[in-house]
Design a protein around this ligand. Structure first.
Ligand code: NAD
Length: 315
């Protein structure tokens, strides 16, 4: 089976590509290398077809998607914080990009399934925790809104043009090769100043972190088991961890004891405007397919801190 992974040279994408290759899929990667890198694909580079190009370009999508059964659409700008200052980036890279992907699929008429990397941020400040898939979508960042808008676009394509859509609302996914998010930020800060660590917000933000291998397993299971024209799954951990605890774990991994200072943020203790303070997804739906995370949130954070500190030569 031929599959395309947009954003396949990125963090989650490259782990997904490795797994798909090991399962015998013929894999095509479409990536513009804006945040991803070929190094991420080094273990499979001679076993994948690589197209350097932009998903916002319809001609490129038409060329790359031809003959594919499944398109995993992961290409996006994943930095939630960007939308506080540059909302257009998320409109372009997440909404316009997804529209282009959907249009290419409509025009070709041969792609059977599109899998979309959505986000827990679509729920905003959830009223119910753990948050189930049926919870209203009330994003408080333009990033979250861009993912919700892209989901709805894909819903209409699933109803009108017969393509099966699988939406995955990822919690915080962590692991080797990640180059954004709180663990990476802490490591970069500590590499510059080993005596003090600045934590954005009051440090009491509490969220769910899932190791990337667990996320990839859940992704493939969801795709294999979705028979409806449109399916949505939360993909997250069963527990959560506070930002201050993450800071402690990262410092332990580096063997440092810096002063922790809380800076910036919002009056109610968020890291930045649009930062969801408490996030724990209900994962009952994906668990009903037989999936279970191997690592807790804290274990996933620790494994990631170890991996990144090696990648960044910090130890
Ligand atoms: P990443 O930045 O490592 O990967 C994104 C990849 O897409 C990169 O390789 C980048 O070069 C590529 N890309 C970006 N814009 C492109 C474009 N216009 N055309 C072609 N390629 C383009 O990020 P990631 O963490 O691996 O995220 C993957 C997906 O999962 C994204 O859609 C992100 O929004 C979503 N997601 C990630 C997380 C997380 O915690 N990492 C959580 C929720 C959702």
């Amino acid at each position: 089976m031929r599959v395309v992974v947009t954003g396949g040279a990125g963090f989650i994408g490259s782990h997904l590509v490795e797994k798909l290759v090991s399962r015998g899929f013929e894999v095509v990667v479409l990536d513009n290398l804006s945040s991803g890198s070929l190094e991420n694909l080094s273990s499979v580079i001679d076993r994948v077809e690589l197209k350097i190009g932009d998903v916002k370009d319809l001609k490129t999508c038409l060329e790359v998607f031809r003959g594919a059964d499944i398109v995993y659409h992961l290409a996006a700008n994943p930095e939630v914080r960007v939308s506080t200052v540059e909302p257009r980036v998320h409109f372009d890279e997440n909404v316009r990009a997804t529209f282009t992907v959907a249009e290419a699929i409509r025009m070709l008429g041969s792609v059977k399934t599109v899998v979309f990397a959505s986000s827990s941020t679509v729920y905003g400040d959830a009223q119910v925790i753990p948050t189930p898939e049926e919870h209203p979508l009330r994003p408080i960042s333009v990033y979250g809104a861009s993912k919700a808008a892209a989901e709805l676009l894909l819903y209409s394509y699933s109803q009108l043009y017969g393509v099966r859509v699988v939406v995955l609302r990822y919690a915080n996914i962590v692991g080797p090769r990640t180059r954004h998010g709180v663990i990476y930020d802490f490591l970069v800060k500590l590499s510059k100043n080993r005596n003090q660590l600045e934590v954005l917000g009051d440090g009491r933000q509490k969220k769910s972190y899932l190791y990337v291998d667990d996320a990839v397993e859940a992704t493939l299971l969801a795709v294999e088991n979705s028979t409806h024209s449109f399916s949505v799954y939360n993909i997250g951990n069963e527990d959560w961890v506070e930002v201050d605890s993450i800071a402690k774990i990262v410092c332990e991994v580096l063997g440092l004891k810096p002063e922790i200072v809380h800076v910036g943020g919002t009056p109610d203790g968020r890291g930045w405007p649009g930062d969801v303070k408490f996030m724990l997804l209900s994962v009952e739906r994906i668990k009903s397919l037989g999936w279970k995370p191997k690592y807790t949130s804290a274990e996933a954070v620790r494994l990631t801190a170890h991996a990144l500190s090696r990648e960044l030569n910090l130890r």
